[in-house]
Structure formats: C-alpha cells, structure tokens
Design a protein around this ligand. Structure first.
Ligand code: ADP
Length: 271
C-alpha cells in the first residue's frame, strides 16, 4: 500500500454508508417502539385512574346507603326495600366491572394460549344468530341475518371468545338503540377471498364523530348524558372485543352516523 492511500473501511462486508443507513433504520425503529411504550404506559395510567374512579362511585353509593340504614333515621320498610335495591344494583355494577377487568387482563396476556379451533364460518354465525333470536333480551328489536348461504370458508377462532365478541357487539347494539331497531349480522368474503368480514349493524342512536376514535379505548364511555336510562356498562366491552379480535389476527373497525346507527366490522383471516 502506498503511503497516504485511503481505503474505505469495510466491516462484515458492509461499507460505512451501508452501516450508517442500517443504524438510522434501527434507531427509527427504537424510537417508534419507545413511543409505543410511552403511549401504552399512558393508556395504562389512564385506565387505572378511570377504573379507580369507576370503582369508587358504586362503593360510595353502597357505603352511604348502609350508613343511612344503620343510622336509624328510618324504620319505614319501603325505605329499606329501596335502599337494598340500590345496594343490589350498585353491587352488580361492581361485579360486572371486576369481571370485565379480569377478563380483559386474561385476554391481553399473551402467555395464555387461546383455545383455537378451525370452524366453518357459516354454521358458526348462523347458530349464533338463532341463539340470539331465541334470547328474550332482543325481544323488542328486529334481528336479521344477511349471509349468503354460498359462503364457504373456515376461520381459526377461539369459539367461546368469538361468542363473547358477538355478544358484546349485539348487547351494545341493543343497549344503544330504541325499541324496534334492527340488528343485522352480516358476513362475506373480501375480494381476494383471503379475509372474512363479519359485521354487526344496528339502526340505533349512533356514535358522535369525535367519540369514534376513542370507543375501543379502555373504560371509554361516550358522555353519560347520551347513555340510555338504566344502562350501566363497565366501559370495557369494546376493549375486550378489540383484544380478542387482534389475538385472532383480526381487525375491528366501526362506522357510525349519529341518529342513524352503527356498523362494527371484524376482518378475520380465512384458513
Ligand atoms: P360500555 O357500553 O360499557 O360503556 P363499551 O366499551 O362496550 O362500553 O362501549 C364504549 C362506548 O361506545 C359506549 O359507552 C357507547 O357510548 C359507545 N357504543 C358502543 N357500541 C355502540 C352502538 N352499537 N351504538 C352506539 N354507541 C355505541
């Protein structure tokens, strides 16, 4: 080698330029992952704060009712009955919340395997629909099934979890709609026949545009004032739906128009 001759260093068959480009990509990936982590931490903090708020409200109501009954301020049997009913209602709210929280934590725990089975989509969805039709909970709604009987494909699902997904969507469709509203279960293949689309469509109250991006967040409940009377949810229903669908390699989206209704669409890979 001649004196002062410069050779571009090569490490593992890569030039400095190639290594710098790789480093840049890696550093971008790292900063994206960091951002995701920060967002997840923020969401978890918000969830804990929302959950402790949601737990406190019924506990305070129960505590006040018990204190009142213990204070001897009333001997009226009707008073006793109405306070016991209030305690019963609030206890049910607590039970639902605790049950849903535990369910969500279990579904999100990747170390817990789902009970996967390969099932034909049409019979599975048809059976779900006829079970819902027989359920008195939907007596004041009009249920419809809109699936071509030519639909022939298999999906890999945890059957019980998928039933939970449909239950949550159907329950919401019924909860957020008036008597006589329609709830339709639809399904079809996408244009490449690689994904199955399952939709639950309702003609209910719909969701405001600015709330739509948040409805799958943990404990997000659209403004209480819009919630129909007597409806108490844990606010975790759609987070549970999303967590289950994503664990089955699926995707869930929602389109909604206030006053007209909502459509929740699940996309699952076809096997
Ligand atoms: P919850 O029903 O317990 O509040 P969810 O996670 O199931 O919690 O739903 C989040 C919010 O999304 C609800 O509070 C409701 O306002 C809105 N929502 C969900 N499904 C529907 C629907 N089919 N129609 C109108 N609003 C809905």
């Amino acid at each position: 080698m001649k004196k002062n001759e410069f050779h571009t260093p090569v490490i593992e068959n890569k030039t400095i330029e190639e290594l710098s480009a790789e480093l840049l990509i890696k550093s971008k990936q790292l900063s994206d992952a960091n951002l995701n982590l920060q967002m997840e931490q923020k969401e978890r903090k918000e969830m804990l704060s929302n959950i402790s708020h949601d737990l406190r409200a019924p506990i305070t109501a129960i505590r006040n009712a018990i204190d009142y009954l213990n204070s001897g301020h009333t001997t009226d049997i009707n008073d006793y009955i109405s306070f016991v009913k209030l305690i019963d209602r609030r206890t049910k709210t607590l039970e639902n919340l605790i049950h849903d929280m535990y369910y969500l934590f279990c579904v999100e725990d990747d170390s817990k395997e789902l009970d996967y089975q390969i099932v034909p989509a049409f019979p599975f969805l048809e059976e779900y629909y006829y079970d819902a039709l027989a359920d008195s909970k939907y007596d004041n709604k009009v249920l419809e099934l809109d699936i071509p009987d030519t639909l022939e494909c298999n999906i890999r699902i945890d059957v019980q979890k998928m039933i939970r997904v449909l239950d949550n969507l159907f329950t919401n469709a019924a909860k957020y709609s008036n008597d006589g509203a329609m709830i339709t279960l639809k399904a079809c293949l996408n244009n490449t026949n690689e994904r199955l689309l399952i939709c639950v469509e309702d003609t209910g109250i719909g969701i405001p545009k600015d709330s739509l991006p948040h409805i799958f967040n943990r404990t997000y409940t659209v403004c209480d004032a819009r919630t129909p009377e007597g409806v108490t949810g844990s606010g975790l229903g759609l987070s549970i739906v999303k967590a289950i669908v994503e664990r089955m390699d699926g995707l869930i989206t929602c389109e909604s128009t206030e006053g007209k209704g909502s459509t929740f669409c699940i996309e699952l890979p076809v096997i």
